[in-house]
Design a protein around this ligand. Structure first.
Ligand code: F6P
Length: 467
């Protein structure tokens, strides 16, 4: 696949790349391109900037594309053996590091760090090493390398040894665990993760809270940050893209369908998430049920539009969680529904155009994660909303640091408080809702994706390579 053989000036490394492949029935390869902050950032520096994105093959289609050498320019996909990748991605990154940073363990029974964990950890090391070696091979002298996320915590340290001349950055898109929770990891593993990260010249986080937690972990486990700089870059929503995209024909069509599902003259409480344990969808439904109990006047007059898109379905705990979301939505519909009113409209098939349609229609947005690096839905809804939207927002979302003042803040574990917040949001006057939405949209777009990326690149180039 595309290789620049030591010529790349700017390199990005992430588990999931900007493109994925499927093999069609006729054997041809179909490429699908993704979006997000990194894609905007790289397009902002332009094709002549010598950029290369190193990512992992994730599916059979991706592996086939690597074998056929059918890659896109500017992307190098690593064909890491499927079993190694599964151990690293599902077994360590998503089942251990994600759980630690989002504080998701049910601690009486988990985690258990046994021999199986050590076996998977060895795969995580192998997977990180494959990235470090590819980056070392591709990077030009003194190039800037931007490593992404908890999948690749060991890469900065490994790469530093291979290529002391490089400027190495790492960005965490998740929260960081406080030291007392991080300390659950076996001591040698905790130190290895932190030392791996500290191989970077500069580390980026989404909020001060996560940056401070990382620094506190280093103070406790590695004796401090050493020479590594830490910066905060609060990724914002892409206003231009969202405003244009949300007025395209497919979104208008979805609005018509959604309006029929909701019914004439009803208020809407909208949520859009990956079906992710940390998103707290189940307690969101419980809070809605509480609202219908405490305020029967809302029955028939409100609909909870909940989009819960499949994610990480290789993990049993995610499959179980998805089933619980569906079960509870059905239970609410059976208990409260009437012939002309379905209280919860739940969709689980990923459809970006329909998400934007729901954003435009929303009277209330419910964003109540247990813990979240940022949460871009909280930032996107106010930008796209047609008539102004009240935001019910968890204090544990990174976005709360920037949006808290104009949102209605909730403790994500307290479903009674959340149901009261929903009532307050539904009864907020139109004027107040519009004013708050304006301020929320301004705060949400303060750091657009391209600027977010370029700021990191500039800051990294301003550091001294610590070789
Ligand atoms: O940091 C969290 C993150 O990696 C996001 O960048 C992304 O939205 C999400 O998790 C999805 O993860 P996955 O690649 O496992 O589907």
């Amino acid at each position: 696949m595309a290789s620049s053989f030591g010529a790349a000036q700017v390199l990005v490394a992430s588990n999931r790349g900007p493109v994925s492949y499927e093999v069609g029935e006729d054997g041809s390869l179909r490429a699908r391109r993704g979006g997000g902050g990194l894609v905007s950032g790289l397009s902002a520096i332009g094709p002549e900037a010598g950029a290369l994105w190193v990512c992992s093959a994730l599916s059979d289609g991706d592996r086939e594309a690597v074998r056929r050498g059918a890659g896109e320019d500017g992307v190098r996909m690593l064909d890491i053996p499927a079993d190694v990748h599964a151990d690293a991605y599902n077994g360590i990154a998503n089942s251990v590091l994600w759980f630690v940073h989002h504080m998701l363990y049910q601690t009486p029974l988990e985690p258990v760090f046994d021999a199986e964990f050590r076996r998977r950890w060895a795969s995580y090391e192998t997977y990180n090493r494959a990235f470090a070696e590819a980056l070392a091979e591709e990077a030009a002298q003194g190039a800037a390398v931007l490593v992404q996320d908890y999948h690749l915590t060991l890469v900065p340290g490994m790469l530093r040894e291979l290529r002391p001349d490089l400027r190495i950055g790492h960005f965490s898109h998740t929260p960081w665990a406080p030291p007392e929770y991080f300390a659950m990891l076996p001591g040698d593993i905790a130190a290895q993760v932190l030392r791996g990260m500290l191989g970077a010249d500069r580390l980026g986080f989404l909020t001060h809270r996560w940056a401070d937690a990382f620094t506190a972990c280093c103070e406790r486990f590695t004796g401090g940050l050493g020479g590594t700089a830490v910066g905060v870059h609060g990724l914002g929503a892409d206003a231009d893209f969202l405003r244009a995209r949300s007025h395209e024909a497919d979104v208008e069509e979805r609005i018509t369908v959604l309006r029929e599902e909701i019914g004439e003259g009803r208020r809407t409480i909208v949520r859009v998430d990956r079906t992710e344990l940390s998103k707290n969808i189940v307690r969101g439904l419980l809070a809605y049920r509480q609202l219908l109990d405490d305020h029967p006047e809302w029955r028939e007059r409100v609909v909870h539009v909940a989009f819960a898109y499949p994610s990480r379905q290789d993990l049993a705990v995610y499959r179980d969680y998805t089933a619980e979301v569906q079960r509870l939505a059905e239970e609410i519909n059976e208990r409260y529904g009437t012939p002309g009113w379905r209280p919860v409209v739940l969709h689980v098939k990923d459809d970006f155009a329909r998400s934007l349609a729901a954003y435009r229609l929303a009277d209330v947005a419910l964003v109540n994660p247990i813990r979240d690096g940022m949460n871009l839905v909280a930032k996107e809804v106010p930008v796209v909303s047609d008539g102004g939207c009240a935001l019910v927002l968890s204090r544990e979302a990174g976005a709360h640091e920037e949006l808290g003042e104009d949102a209605i803040t909730v403790n994500p574990y307290d479903v009674v408080e959340t149901s009261r917040a929903l009532h307050e949001a539904l009864t907020m006057s139109g004027d107040e809702r519009a004013d708050r939405t304006k301020r929320l949209a301004a705060a949400a777009t303060a750091l657009p994706p391209a600027r977010w990326f370029l700021d990191q690149l500039d800051a990294l180039r301003g550091t001294t390579a610590s070789g």
